[in-house]
Design a protein around this ligand. Sequence first.
Ligand SMILES: C[S@@+](CC[C@H](N)C(=O)[O-])C[C@H]1O[C@@H](n2cnc3c(N)ncnc32)[C@H](O)[C@@H]1O
Length: 394
Amino acid sequence: MARDEGKVWLVSYALPGEVVEAEPRGRQGGVAVAATTRVLEPSPHRVAAPCPYFGTCGGCQLQHATYTHQLDLKRQVVAEAWARAGLRLPPDAAVLGMEDPWRYRIRGEFEAVAEASGWRFGFHRMRSHAVLPVDSCAIHDERIERALPAFARAANELRLTGLQNLLLTVEPAGRGLLWRLRVNSKGWLRDEYAHRVAELLPDAALLDDAMSLDFWDMTFRVRSDTFVQTNYRQMLVLYRAALDMLQPMPEERVLDLYAGIGTISVAVARGCRSVTAVEENPRAVQLGRLNARINSARVEYLPGKVEDVLRGVRLGQHDAVILDPPRAGCEPAAIAELVRLGAGRVVYVSCEPSTHARDIAALVRGGYRVRRAAIVDMFPQTYHIESVALLERS
Ligand SMILES: C[S@@+](CC[C@H](N)C(=O)[O-])C[C@H]1O[C@@H](n2cnc3c(N)ncnc32)[C@H](O)[C@@H]1O
């Protein structure tokens, strides 16, 4: 962030403390934005970005900073978000980074683009809807990168039209490759296409319904239309941190809000009496119920929006709550219901520090105190930040 006579500029590809030349690139969310064109005084934390698409692709924003510095910046962003909400990030809040911060994504969504040579897949360019075709992406699992040309080649061979986007998810421990291609043309040759892609990818087990996600000694079914943590290695770190904060007791009943396909619910249920999971996506609820059965876990799903479902939950039914909403955080009505229920402990997992801090501040006003917090780097090389906090009823 730079200031010009008080006016704020967000300057991409610069680092704090640097002197750079930058070109204005319009406005974003009401703030003037610019992109670095030349670095005059580099930060000691600057490195050469390894990806050839860095600066053009909209996916990564921080490849030009050492990984240690990325983690420091993320801590600073979280501390500032908490300060703006009137809170103090606990000084002992750990930042849990990755040993190898590359090739971590097990799920990738790629846009299709028709070029003179045929179909290719890629990402949106920085701040644009135009598609940048890519041959590599160093934050995705290598199997995803290797699969892309096969999906494009099969589409070209079968002369498919109207390709929109491709979602690929790989099994962390198996050979399964779950795929979903959105095509805007009626009656496309789906089976022939799948057959040809499978021929081109003999090492993968091509799946179009569901795949397995295994961790600790549990197994889950995952589908393309349900949420999955994209960084599998850090998902384990995040869940461990959240469970360590929650410390479920054998006699306790726990609420898991925004539960998705039940990965957290099932992990928590192993250490307590029962878990009530709340989730609005009917596909995730269906899969979550199946996942609970597969793992013999005492998880009951209440389908619907958290802000609505909680109104029907009686006081004193639950001892602790864990929640993991999307970036927008919780609706005020959901926070009000949490305060009404008054569970002894709340563990709040979030992928957006500003809404995390806002909601924690509301819970603090409702009678909770922050006990612990941690930042788990789920998205190295990008500006996305995951954090988790433990609150207790004071
Ligand atoms: C970040 S994901 C978390 C999923 C799960 N905890 C996990 O770790 O895999 C958020 C989930 O909340 C669900 N969701 C979004 N808004 C919701 C709402 N208002 N009420 C209930 N569920 C909601 C989404 O469908 C998604 O499954």
